[in-house]
Design a protein around this ligand. Structure first.
Ligand code: TRP
Length: 467
């Protein structure tokens, strides 16, 4: 049931909407979490950082930093039962703190815009590669051909825009339909399909002849490949992959039924996300090894190395297409979550129709996304601070600055500023020892970990500016 009986039908206001069950929340949050971050990014950064040892560091970051921040976001969302901006306002008031804490909500709205603007562009690449792979373009192709085809695609703004536009329209259409009709329906379809595709790809990769090597790469500890930077990359990834730091989980948390246990729910979500990132690695690396290719390929791993590998294998065009379909499904359930903080706020604040707000937001994001499209072709020479292109700048500012800053302040607020009883009741904590562990991990380890990441990214930038 989406709306309790006292809510009028037009009321798409946050306060009255609920996920149909705890499980739908788990699936929706996992849908948000599992995205390009898991399937495109995790394997390539693991590849660049030597595999096994990096995977372990990543798991530590998920457990020690990611889970406490997600718990904080969801619990604040459920307590506030509004968009992140209004939730922050309410909670600041309830705890006798300054109204300025609502800036956290605004930062989230901004981060959501920025991330979605480029997310739609890259998701568009995945969609386009469903056809490119499926039509056999890469069958038996040489590395030069695959690279040339990717370069030619990136060089064509019109093509990139077409796919970006299609992806944005689908996203806006889904979110405009509301929590139950839009979000839940999409999740009910896309999540099971995604699991099936992933299993099919795992079986395929298991039979590729490179499985043992791929497995060893992911789980053998090679500490020599780990640098101080690896820790920062792992932590940044833990944030991004769990959709933390911008109020997405707070917005989704607002719709969580009262009786759901938040601790176990969040651990399940983080567990699913991690499982899928590992499974994506296990699906990709064996195929790369089986074809004697390099794993440390950076962002091109998915769009160059993988098509090349599929091109050498039996039924490669079919499984290549299935892989990009998987990536597209994962991306759409994440994209819809990026709009929720802003959407819920505008609907509440102006009592506006969800659909109209969704279209307005979509158009702004689409225009902003053009900057990312052009960064790969006509604006590839236009750079901002630090020699970054428009896309790199938006990516850097949102992922390395807004998300860590937001995440750190959210957990800090949840643990040190919210009235004590409120948190314990929300989490169902009864034993004092558990309360203590929660305060230590969530209130000290997580914010300090994030602070380290934050300073390490901001510091070099600031000192660069002063020089
Ligand atoms: N978690 C998604 C991924 O791994 C991306 C994403 C969705 C996200 N919503 C977010 C990232 C909110 C940060 C904040 O691809």
């Amino acid at each position: 049931m989406a709306t309790p009986s006292n809510a009028s039908s037009a009321s798409s206001s946050t306060a009255s909407q609920r996920w149909s069950s705890r499980w739908l929340f788990v699936l929706a949050a996992a849908g948000s979490a599992v995205g390009l971050g898991n399937i495109w990014k995790f394997p390539y950064i693991a590849g660049e950082n030597g595999g096994g040892a990096f995977v372990l560091i990543y798991l530590v970051c998920i457990a020690a930093v990611g889970i406490p921040i997600m718990v904080s976001e969801v619990l604040m969302g459920r307590q506030g039962r509004s968009s992140p901006i209004h939730t922050m306002r309410k909670l600041a008031k309830a705890s006798g703190r300054s109204d300025r804490w609502s800036i956290l909500g605004w930062m989230g709205v901004l981060a959501g815009f920025l991330i979605l603007s480029y997310y739609a562009v890259i998701a568009g690449w995945a969609v386009s590669y469903i056809w490119t792979s499926g039509s056999g373009t890469f069958d038996g192709a040489s590395a030069e051909t695959v690279i040339a085809s990717f370069d030619a695609f990136l060089a064509s703004p019109m093509e990139l825009i077409a796919y970006q536009t299609g992806f944005m329209i689908l996203t806006i259409w889904i979110v405009g339909r509301g929590v139950t009709k839009g979000l839940e329906t999409a999740i009910r379809w896309f999540m099971p399909l995604m699991f099936l595709l992933l299993i099919a790809l795992l079986i395929y990769s298991f039979n590729s002849g490179g499985f043992a090597q791929g497995f060893a790469f992911m789980f053998d500890m090679k500490w020599e490949a780990v640098t101080a930077d690896s820790w920062l990359i792992a932590m940044g990834q833990a944030f991004f992959t769990l959709s933390l730091g911008m109020g997405t989980m707070m917005a989704y948390g607002a719709y969580v039924p009262d009786d759901a246990n938040l601790g176990t729910t969040v651990v399940t979500i983080a567990g699913l996300d991690t499982l899928i990132a590992l499974a994506a690695g296990l699906a990709i690396f064996p195929i790369v090894f089986a074809n004697g290719l390099e794993v440390a390929q950076g962002p091109g791993l998915t769009f160059v190395t993988l098509p090349l590998a599929f091109g050498q294998m039996p039924m490669g065009s079919l499984f290549g297409a299935l892989f990009f379909l998987l990536l597209s499904f994962a991306a759409i359930t994440s994209a819809i979550s990026l709009t929720e903080p802003a959407l819920a706020y505008l609907v509440e604040e102006y009592n506006a129709k969800r659909q109209r707000v969704a279209i307005t937001l979509g158009v702004i994001c689409w225009v902003l996304g053009l900057g990312t499209v052009f960064s790969f072709n006509i604006w590839s020479d236009v750079t901002f601070v630090g020699g970054l292109t428009f896309f790199d700048t938006v990516d850097y500012f949102s992922q390395n600055i807004l998300l860590p800053l937001g995440g750190m302040l959210i957990t800090f607020f949840a643990i040190w500023l919210l009235p004590k009883g409120m948190v314990e009741t929300q989490l169902g904590i009864e034993k004092p020892i558990i309360a203590l562990v929660w305060r230590l991990v969530g209130g000290v380890v997580a914010p300090l970990g994030v602070l380290a990441v934050f300073l390490s990214t901001v510091w070099p930038m600031l000192s660069g500016l002063w020089q």
